[in-house]
Design a protein around this ligand. Structure first.
Ligand SMILES: O=P(O)(O)OC[C@H]1O[C@](O)(CO)[C@@H](O)[C@@H]1O
Length: 369
């Protein structure tokens, strides 16, 4: 295991994490404020959250107050910018749920503050038809197209297109271990840890269908978030909304529906997925699920940070070594949208533009068998 560099914090005003807390979080709050005609105390609480200089704990009485008191030990009373970025982001979303009364018994309980934004990002008929058409192509081409779609669906501005010529964007794929990924899917159980709903979840679902339909997986567990998180992260409700988009008669939609009903596809979630922790701290039950899988596919930027640890790793750090602890073979499919990157070959970074880590223009497929 390489020597661990420092955990990323947001102190430097010129840094990417600083810009997330300073600019992105207020913009997110603004959207939430406009999402529903909330009662007047909600915008007030949201404003107080934005104005908070130092991290304050959850109000007592919350069902998870004790857990957050433990995770936040040493964080409370410090500037949001000086605590680990991973903690600051995670706790911001938990506090946002507190502000909108997501867990408070009453009429607004369980209303997803990001629901309207997610609904606007559900795929249209054209995208669904393109996906259904993909199954007519040679299997190799389907496999390549689905990895590309699963990756680029993670890049919000690109939307999602499965037309020939767009299937392989090798120029922007800075590490491509997809052959190894497919070599690991030999017909055993697989886990896919989802990231965003909408245009990212759609190709994830079609990838799952492909794994099952071609015998590359015997069964699949799709892991989703237990609560609204990082705006667009997928919940069970988002999976179900997405499945309802498939038109009657869609072969993919029909197979996914049947797979859920017969248990070859199962949805799974647990509190860990909204905790400020990395996969090093996965609870035993979750680790056992990964260990039992022939392959675990982790989607997206945040899952990548949680896999390798949210640290200032040199980009040439060995992916194999830093993920050696993970229980079972693992593949990361990720558009690069934050500073954390490992597994690049020597010299590769020098050929990339200055903003390559945060611009969302590059992606990687990395595998540890
Ligand atoms: O949806 P994804 O791919 O996990 O991206 C979320 C990313 O967004 C950010 O919150 C800000 O860019 C990152 O910190 C995080 O890793």
């Amino acid at each position: 295991m390489p020597v661990e560099p420092p955990v990323i914090v947001s102190t430097d005003p010129m840094s990417f994490p600083h810009s997330v807390l300073r600019d992105r979080h207020p913009a997110i709050v603004e959207r939430v404020r406009g999402a529903y005609p909330y009662p007047p105390e909600v915008p007030l609480r949201l404003e107080r959250l934005l104005q908070e200089d130092v991290v304050a704990p959850l109000a007592g009485g919350a069902h998870d107050a004790a857990a957050w008191a433990e995770w936040g030990a040493g964080m409370f009373g410090r500037s949001w910018y000086d605590v680990p970025f991973l903690f600051a982001e995670n706790f911001f979303y938990r506090r946002l749920l507190e502000a909108v009364g997501y867990y408070e018994p009453g009429a607004w309980q369980g209303v997803d503050p990001f629901g309207p934004q997610k609904a606007a990002d559900l795929p249209g008929a054209e995208e669904l038809a393109e996906l259904d058409a993909l199954q007519e192509r040679p299997e190799e081409e389907q496999a390549a197209g689905l990895v590309a779609a699963a990756l680029w669906g993670n890049r919000a501005d690109l939307g999602f297109r499965l037309v020939a010529g767009d299937l392989q964007r090798v120029d922007d794929l800075i590490v491509d271990d997809s052959k190894r990924l497919w070599s690991l899917a030999q017909g055993g159980p697989a886990v896919l840890v989802a990231d965003n709903a909408g245009r990212e979840l759609l190709p994830d679902l079609v990838l799952i269908d492909f794994l099952l339909r071609t015998g590359r997986a015997s069964r699949v567990e799709l892991h989703v978030k237990p609560a609204p998180y990082f705006v667009s992260d997928a919940l069970t409700a988002d999976v179900l909304a997405e499945l309802r988009r498939f038109p009657a008669g869609s072969a993919v939609g029909g197979r996914l529906d049947a797979a859920l009903r017969d248990g070859t596809l199962r949805l799974h979630t647990e509190d860990f997925y909204c905790a400020p922790l990395t996969f090093h701290d996965a609870p035993d039950g979750l680790a056992a699920r990964f260990a039992a899988a022939e392959l675990t596919i982790l989607k997206g930027d945040l899952n990548y940070r949680r896999l390798v640890g949210d640290r200032s790793w040199p980009a040439t750090t060995s992916f194999e070594e830093v993920t050696g602890y993970f229980p079972g073979p693992v593949a990361a499919l990720r558009t690069v949208k934050s500073d954390v990157v490992v597994g690049l070959s020597a010299g590769a970074e020098g050929a990339l533009p200055a903003s390559w880590r945060t611009g969302g223009a590059f992606a990687l497929v990395q595998v540890r068998a």
